[in-house]
Design a protein around this ligand. Structure first.
Ligand code: SF4
Ligand code: SF4
Length: 261
């Protein structure tokens, strides 16, 4: 998800799809291009994608990270990108691609759900507010837009069950934007602090251990209702992890997490 300033909207490639506007697209296994879009990709995974995929596969987030992702720290960046690993078979298909389609379909990443639509979030003047925007940009080989099937973006999001991804993906995009500035100082982006922040975002099982099996709750005051919530739900824990990164890395104040004095 691109999180951008209103002045940059025109620079985003693809046809913008406004609310209520209909666009033609239907993807199905009968098309000659079926599966072609699931290969040789630089597919960014957001923290919520990792949470859903590791749950689908019934493995720990440690195992998921070891087996299924490449972690790439680009020169000049201050937080790594997490990319879904492509297999080393000819054509480099995605490791979840099968002749019948995606084998993690119910929990496929946000980007895959929307493809070939890209979702962005336009920052609004009021801090923390953003408006979702959509761009349609099928690759040349994609035949889905030749199908006689028109829909609005809301219908498309519903059909792809993409709506539940938006809040956590947006929250991550907003937090990720802070890393345009270097917060690590002499420790650098490979230091202990950076590793803790990465864990809170991408390794939900380790983060849960850190919250509940270390001195975390002695060092931070967390409202009892929040503790209860994050114990019960991975999604609440992930959201809490984002909030903790803001406190721990950026020293921001939080209603939910306070350092005990
Ligand atoms: S996760 Fe599924 S939909 Fe996404 S690229 Fe891989 S096979 Fe395709
Ligand atoms: S290329 Fe387009 S129409 Fe073909 S399978 Fe991929 S998304 Fe569907």
């Amino acid at each position: 998800m691109k999180y951008f300033d209103a002045s940059d909207e025109k620079k985003i490639p693809g046809r913008s799809i406004g609310p209520g506007e209909r666009f033609n697209f239907h993807c199905h296994a009968g098309l000659a291009c079926f599966n072609q879009c699931c290969r040789n990709l630089n597919l960014l995974l957001y923290p919520y994608d990792v949470l859903r995929l590791r749950r689908h596969l019934k493995i720990t987030s440690d195992k998921f990270i070891d087996h299924y992702v490449d972690i790439v720290l680009r020169p000049g960046h201050h937080f790594p990108e997490v990319l879904l690993r492509m297999s080393d078979q000819p054509g480099q298909p995605c490791c979840f691609s099968t002749a019948q389609g995606c084998r993690v379909y119910e929990d496929r990443p946000h980007t895959c759900r929307l493809f070939p639509v890209e979702q962005g979030a336009r920052m609004e003047a009021v801090e923390g507010y953003a408006t979702p925007v959509y761009f349609f940009r099928p690759p040349e080989f994609c035949q889905g837009s030749s199908e006689d099937f028109a829909q609005t973006i809301d219908e498309y999001l519903k059909d792809q069950e993409a709506e539940e991804y938006y809040p956590l993906t947006l929250a991550w995009a907003q937090l990720r934007r802070l890393f345009a500035t270097d917060p690590w100082g002499l420790e650098g982006p490979q230091g202990a602090k950076a590793k803790m922040a990465f864990m809170a975002a991408y390794n939900i099982d380790r983060f849960r251990e850190f919250v509940f099996q270390s001195s975390f709750l002695k060092r931070y005051h967390v409202a009892p209702a929040t503790v209860k919530k994050v114990k019960r739900s991975d999604e609440a824990l992930l959201k809490f992890g984002f909030e903790w990164i803001r406190v721990f890395v950026w020293g921001q104040s939080s209603k939910e997490i306070r350092v005990r004095r």
